[in-house]
Design a protein around this ligand. Sequence first.
Ligand code: PLP
Length: 234
Amino acid sequence: MSARRDELAAGLAAVEERIERACRDAGRPREDVHLIVVTKFFPRSDLDLLADLGVTDIGENREQEASAKLADGGTPRGVRAHFIGQLQSKKAGAVSRWADVVHSVDRSKIVGALARGAHTAGRELTALIQVDLDPDPAGRRGGAQPADVPALAEEIVGSDSLRLGGLMAVAPLGGDPDEAFARLSALAQRLREDHPRADRISAGMSGDLEAAVRHGATHLRVGTAILGVRPSQR
Ligand SMILES: *Cc1c(COP(=O)(O)O)cnc(C)c1O
């Protein structure tokens, strides 16, 4: 597996260089931006190699796949697990057993299910509210409407097992990511007026991480640029 290790190391180095340059261009300190390596579709062995290469945060988007990869031997030591995919309420209990952060909270039913799951597991989860930035209903990829964010935030804050972390979004397909992330940044600022500690902005993927850094992203979710094209897409 040392060829794979070299491949992952090269991917990480290339992405690190992009993040450093984006931070420099935006006048932001590098340490304000956290990298989550999105490992969906890739095997457990890649997670172990990434952990060995110093990765501290991994992201998964399918409950069954992630539960299988992470239940067997647990999350690699020192690595935080982020759930970034669309979540059904009946899967929330399973996710709350291994996830440290859930980025895709977009409705009341999910808040309740995650809160119960985390409470039962005796864990505290950080919850980010996913916001839908797509003006076209046909293009929607999950997420709460911006007007629904304040009420969801109150629900999260009111639960004893969830901590409100901030906002997450995916730039609409075919749209201008700068425009989308500028809107996200404004929504995040509004959220912080009521919840000053909810200061995370999860935005930016392989194709648009520079735009996300320009607009204040604190957590980037990068898969392809580090691990290569996902197996099911080859
Ligand atoms: C898969 C995924 C990513 C990573 O996308 P890449 O283009 O491979 O970097 C980021 N965020 C979400 C929500 C995803 O599902």
